[in-house]
Design a protein around this ligand. Sequence first.
Ligand SMILES: Cc1ncc(COP(=O)(O)O)c(C=O)c1O
Length: 438
Amino acid sequence: MSHEITLRQEILERVKAIYSLRKSEEEFIPGKTKVNYAGRVFDEKEMVAVVDSALDFWLTLGAEGREFCEEFKKYLGMKHCLVTNSGSSANLAAISALCSPIIRNPMKEGDEVITTAMTFPTTLNPIIQNGLIPVFIDIEEDTYNIDASKIEAGITDKTRAIVFAHTLGNPAEMDKIMEIAKKYNLYVVEDTCDALDSIYDGKKCGTFGDFSTYSFYAAHHMTMGEGGAICTNSLELYRAALSIRDWGRACYCQTGERKPMGACGHRFDFKFGDLPEGYDHKYVYNNIGYNLKPLDIQCAMGIEQLKKLPEFTETRKKNFKVLYDCFKKYENKFILPRVLPKAEPSWFAIPITVKEDAGFTKRDFVTYLESKLIETRMLFAGNILKQPGYKDINCRVVGDLKNTDQVMNRTFFLGVYPGLTEEKLEYMTKCIDEFFKE
Ligand SMILES: Cc1ncc(COP(=O)(O)O)c(C=O)c1O
């Protein structure tokens, strides 16, 4: 065993050396090196954590997953957390859990869900996948968030939930949304995939609704490579989401303990439905579920990334300000993002809309930036109803989707992630200024 400890230490020291070597070779040459809009920001600690976990060779979700969940829910001040293999899976498990027969008041096929058509596809998809009807309302043109003042117009006696994302980290109007949800007894799912560490009225985004979901894809506020999480304060909803994530099984005992009779000691002691008396609880399915679990190796990385989150958030805010101040000089050409008085965003990116009379188009501007090797991105699906895969979905649209269409036609975003060094930001602002000189 002691020989293994020595070998392991040697390996981990070599891993640190590889990190240092790569770091020392990093170079930014303006106009030659690509300026990414996002990316993983890490040091030797993440590399060591991942290799160490790989050497354990436990592989499937286990101790690192449990530790990550403990730390993550503590960070948010939530009661329950589940890790998933992506933010999309987190959304799927959360919405499916709200349709689960094991909760007291599940949503049923044909029920309506208020949401936006300016969306990331997998915020919407679980609504469709569960046979629910999305009811689309417009967004605000400058916060890019669900327009809370329009929600009530979409509510009927079939409405059961409000599902939305805090767009690019900008908190939605949570007090108004929660007030409406309470008035009409609606579930609220906060897609917080782009808004980890954003705050509304002194509370973290993701802590208001019934469920919040997170993505740890490499572009996000912190990363596991791929990965996600679901948080809730309800034990009932947590158990439903856990079952959906884990094949639909009924047993919610902690896994990985390898106790023959299960962690509860009652594996063969129950009678379920038409199954024989004492049928193994591990193989009882009370939901139609999936397998949406990540690997323990991913969680090992997540534990290290979470420690860096406060620092990442500060840098995101600083980087946003640099780009915001630059675009502010051209306010006659662009619509700049607006933040609600109670909101404190931890920006995922900076959204910019080219004004109709700017004298150039979004395409002109992003083509210019890309030619300078500055990555740009669209605000996700734009108006998802115009996307080929969504042509025939069963849905309802309330009012017009003017601002949604505007995003599709004239909005793009630039990164603000902590990997943007001062020299990269300087290059970006210089290129933006030059566009107006040319
Ligand atoms: C708002 C939003 N929701 C969900 C997702 C899906 O997350 P993932 O890529 O981890 O599946 C994303 C992805 O970037 C997103 O931006």
